[in-house]
Design a binder for this molecule. Structure first.
Ligand SMILES: O=C(CO)[C@H](O)[C@H](O)COP(=O)(O)O
Length: 228
């Protein structure tokens, strides 16, 4: 499978979301950061805006819920049109039940880990998921510096995915840019969220293409990527 680039609308102009979606045409998914000012110290948007955005763009929505009580809210994001819904391991009361509910409603189910949360306790849950998101910054804000110390966790997660023979995607989010994407790709990530590195450029769609090419060059020949 080719590398996927998901621009984060956290770095977009919220008053012009439909135009900002159009500005990254060709991106694999649009990454929508939902923050509730409880799970993270920031507040962004909710179900009604996701519903409107899903009608305004053909690019599928990858909703990252940085909220408390995702067990209650995540299914509503599927109904609002999200094609992929990510809940946090630290916030979900019943992650297996929640992942099954997201899938049953027709979306891809994904779980995120904050930087201090290890992957190992969740190994047995991996078959329930379509994607695992490893945060490479503390969640809450765009434009932060990439945490290099997350690279071993990305590597260990890729090894677990391979060992279990799973087809699931491995996403990284936070500080992903032309300077850091190759390290993430070499470690085993195949889905890359980029906010400021995409929307902070003159031609966001061209930046998406350049980042994708860079990630694909970095993983060409990697054993896990072959036949992926
Ligand atoms: O989840 C997030 C923050 O919690 C954002 O998606 C992420 O930070 C993207 O922004 P940038 O690429 O500028 O770091």
């Amino acid at each position: 499978m080719a590398a996927q680039i998901n621009p984060s609308i956290l770095s977009a102009d919220f008053a012009r979301l439909a135009d900002e979606a159009e500005a990254v045409k060709g991106a694999d998914w649009l990454h929508v950061d939902v923050m509730d000012n409880h799970f993270v110290p920031n507040l962004t948007l909710g179900v009604p805006i996701v519903e409107s955005l899903s009608r305004a763009t053909d690019t599928p929505l990858d909703c990252h819920l940085m909220i408390e009580d995702p067990d209650r809210w995540a299914p509503q994001y599927v109904e609002a049109g999200a094609g992929s819904v990510t809940f946090h391991a630290e916030a979900a009361a019943a992650p297996v039940r929640l992942a099954r509910e997201i899938r049953a409603k027709g979306a891809r189910a994904s779980m995120a880990l904050k930087p201090a949360t290890p992957i190992e306790p969740y190994e047995d849950l991996l078959p329930e998921l379509d994607m695992l998101l490893i945060m490479t910054v503390e969640p809450g804000f765009g434009g932060q510096a990439f945490l290099d110390i997350m690279l071993p966790k990305i590597r260990r997660t890729r090894e677990l995915i391979s060992r279990h023979g799973l087809q699931m995607w491995l996403q990284v989010d936070g500080g992903v840019s032309a300077e850091t994407i190759e390290r993430c790709a070499e470690a085993g990530a195949d889905v890359f969220v980029a906010g400021s590195a995409v929307y902070g450029t003159e031609d966001p769609a061209a930046t998406v293409r350049a980042l994708r090419a860079q990630a694909e060059r970095a993983t060409a020949g990697a054993a896990w990527a072959c036949g992926h």
